[in-house]
Design a protein around this ligand. Structure first.
Ligand code: ATP
Ligand code: MG
Length: 235
């Protein structure tokens, strides 16, 4: 479904990623691991079209999307939940969710159905439906941005550190939800600092180091063969 070849992205003179080759097959949950600064977020942002590639190509469902801006990648079926959890703070939970469906704004019936679906998947959002998103807790905001991404009915979901800074009970809930989405057939590329949890859920994993792929393989093999500390700390 997603094929990244020889990807290089620069921030001015600084290299974000140097050479990434990565595949995600339909229905897979692929974990993208690595130390701080390894290039995980840069890779996701490049796929979503939010960063310009300096080198290499990104192909999605057979179509070259290397030069596509975010408005186009989202219409192709790629939704991203960035590290920054950027809710629209002055809009309500409900309004935030509706905005996630902007690419199919004429599909009023479908949008209503999906809103109900999201409130079923994320009951806490139903309790906060008319609350302005800026006043939600960190865990609630994280659930809101995931739900908002799902409102575009993506084929591929890019998740950047969904468990970051959340209480253990919420983290468990988020991981259960990711598993649920996978079981529903959604294809997911998951960036996580929590390598142990991510490897439990994932089919395959890539470990990045200094902007390149250091190790890749079935999640089980990576979990049993690698020194997980080296994944976190990059040594
Ligand atoms: N806006 C930016 N300007 C300049 N350099 C950047 C910028 N964003 C990232 N970088 C650099 O690009 C490299 C990769 O960063 P990236 O954010 O992709 O890492 P990451 O693997 O997501 O790390 P983390 O685990 O801390 O989120 C790092 O060396 C980082 O300093
Ligand atoms: Mg990051």
């Amino acid at each position: 479904m997603l094929k990244i070849d020889n990807l290089g992205v620069k921030y001015g003179a600084v290299s974000g990623v140097k050479k990434i080759d990565l595949l995600v097959n339909q229905g897979e949950l692929v974990a993208l691991l690595g130390a701080n600064g390894a290039g995980k977020s840069t890779t996701l942002l490049a796929v979503a079209g939010a960063l310009k590639c300096d080198q290499g190509s990104i192909v999605f469902n057979g179509q070259d999307i290397t030069l596509y801006p975010p408005e186009k990648t989202i219409r192709m079926g790629i939704a991203m939940v960035p590290e920054t959890r950027d809710v629209f703070p002055d809009l309500t939970t409900h309004e935030n969710l509706k905005l996630g469906a902007f690419i199919r704004s004429r599909d009023k019936v479908g949008i209503e159905q999906d809103l109900e679906k999201m409130y079923g998947l994320f009951p806490i959002l139903k309790d906060r439906v008319n609350q302005s998103a800026g006043t939600l807790s960190g865990g609630e905001q994280q659930q809101l941005v995931i739900a908002r991404a799902l409102m575009s009915r993506p084929k591929l979901l890019l998740l950047d550190e969904p468990s970051l800074g959340l209480a253990p009970a919420i983290v468990d809930h988020i991981f259960e939800l990711i598993l649920h989405l996978k079981n529903q057939g959604l294809t997911i590329l998951l960036v996580e600092q929590n390598a142990v949890k991510a490897l439990q859920l994932a089919d395959r994993a890539y470990v990045l180091s200094l902007g390149t792929v250091a190790t890749a393989g079935p999640a089980k093999d990576i979990a049993s063969n690698s020194d997980l500390a080296s994944i976190y700390f990059g040594n």
